[in-house]
Ligand binder design. Structure first.
Ligand SMILES: *[C@@H]1O[C@H](CO)[C@@H](O)[C@H](O)[C@H]1NC(C)=O
Ligand SMILES: *[C@@H]1O[C@H](CO)[C@@H](O)[C@H](O)[C@H]1NC(C)=O
Length: 426
């Protein structure tokens, strides 16, 4: 596996949301003192946009940090929490100021729950966050214990709380909706996952418990979320459809009824230098919570072999002396930028075959990492080795320098090349 300074937080796939939740009724909140915005969601028509969107600045990078995060204000008075953005899971949680296991933040940067803002386990939101088969809810007023397991075997356990999350809309209004989220008092990080440096996770999924669903169920924004992660670090995240370009976006359907909930698409074939490879028919999970891209063992091998074969005769040699990642190349001198080496590599393309001409273009800068040792390493890893079984996970390396849009109303994922360095004006 990648060495210790390489993080791949939250290759998140909450395993707990697979149960049939479709029968759960729309949420019913008693947040009378929030700014009154009780509009019902409008039917999705292209020129009928609900007021606005929320745009948040993103920090972080794939290497060396290993995550992208946003600073989210919670509470009244608000306190800022740095949260790993994760399109692979639903529930947002922050480290809890309670006897806390696996918490990495000092107490004053943890969220302090109180008796009054605990979500009771009779609440409709609670059913979706408890582990299957658990009998936590003895009486409807008990606290709601939640549990999230991530595909990389990390997990977070805690209680569901509800508090204000002030959000500035692009139309200038400021909202302070009461939102349910997790107060995590028991976090486990296993195997390759180093404890994250963030205070928690911002789940971008579309499950009932996600921030997105809670905002859209009250008609505040459209059920759309997206991110633009810069290869130079930073970027932005948005809730709502305000920033989605009206043309030029490549769209592919979100696969319904897949055993992995969340943003799965496919089938996709991998092209190398625009030519077919043996890697075909993949289902892929779009996961901003994973820094690297993971393929199942067989396809991983095929990709590595294809790239290695193509480099024969070029002035690059494999090196095993770089602990950053498993597959690395060095030059005569340490590389100063990926530009020094990118021209020796060919582009990859993920071609989504159900829809014509829908391709995710991956120039070498989208799959190579320049390490602190000046080597170029492959940002694609063996999923089996990371305990992911046969899952194929498209992580941040592949998603960089694109606006990636998860449209839950039209049930499609889209992307378009973008400059993610500048926060869009709002
Ligand atoms: C902004 O959008 C929100 C939510 O759609 C709406 O309720 C609010 O009135 C809008 N504010 C302005 C200033 O238009
Ligand atoms: C990927 O990992 C699995 C499990 O550790 C291993 O059996 C397999 O050989 C690895 N594949 C490659 C190409 O390294």
């Amino acid at each position: 596996m990648p060495a210790m300074d390489v993080k791949n937080r939250g290759i998140a796939m909450a395993l707990l949301f697979i149960l049939g939740l479709s029968s759960i009724l729309p949420l019913c909140f008693s947040d009378a003192n929030q700014p009154s915005l009780t509009k019902k969601p409008q039917p999705p028509t292209s020129n009928n946009r609900i007021g606005s969107s929320v745009v948040l600045r993103v920090q972080g990078n794939v290497y060396p940090l290993g995550y992208y995060s946003v600073s989210l204000n919670i509470g009244n008075p608000p306190k800022a929490y740095d949260l790993d953005i994760d399109s692979g899971s639903d529930l947002t949680w922050v480290q809890c100021d309670a006897p806390c296991k696996g918490c990495t933040k000092p107490k004053n940067q943890q969220y302090k729950p109180n008796k009054k803002n605990l979500v009771p386990c009779g609440d409709q939101l609670c059913a979706g966050v408890q582990s299957p088969g658990s009998h936590h809810c003895q009486s409807p007023n008990d606290q709601c214990d939640y549990e999230v397991e991530y595909a990389d075997h990390g997990s977070s356990l805690g209680v569901l709380v509800r508090d204000y999350i002030p959000l500035r809309l692009t139309n200038g209004s400021v909202l302070g909706p009461l939102v349910a989220f997790g107060c995590g008092y028991d976090q486990a990080y296993s195997g390759p996952t180093s404890p994250p440096s963030t205070a928690g996770v911002l789940g971008l999924g579309n499950g009932k418990s996600s921030l997105l669903s809670q905002l859209t169920s009250r008609g505040l924004i459209r059920n759309v979320v997206g991110h633009c992660l810069s290869g130079r670090g930073g970027g932005f995240l948005f809730f709502g459809d305000h920033l989605v370009p009206s043309s030029g976006v490549s769209w592919t359907p979100i696969l319904p009824g897949s055993s992995v909930k969340h943003y799965v698409s496919g089938p996709a074939d991998l092209l190398f230098n625009a030519k077919p490879t043996s890697v075909k028919g993949l289902q892929v999970i779009f996961d901003s919570g994973s820094s690297y891209t993971y393929f199942n063992s067989q396809d991983y091998r095929a990709i590595v072999n294809t790239i290695v074969d193509d480099l024969k005769g070029k002035q690059l040699s494999r090196t095993t002396a770089d602990p950053s990642l498993p597959v690395c190349w060095k030059g005569a001198k340490p590389f100063k930028s990926l530009g020094d080496v990118a021209n020796l590599f060919k582009p990859l393309t993920l071609s989504f075959t159900r829809t014509k001409n829908v391709q995710l273009q991956l120039p070498p800068s989208s799959y190579l990492i320049l390490t602190k040792y000046g080597n170029a390493c492959l940002g694609i890893l063996n999923g089996s080795e990371a305990g992911l079984g046969n899952l194929n996970i498209i992580g941040d390396t592949f998603l960089q320098d694109k606006m990636v849009i998860y449209d839950n109303e039209k049930k499609q994922i889209g992307w378009i090349s973008a400059n993610c360095d500048r926060l869009p004006e709002s």
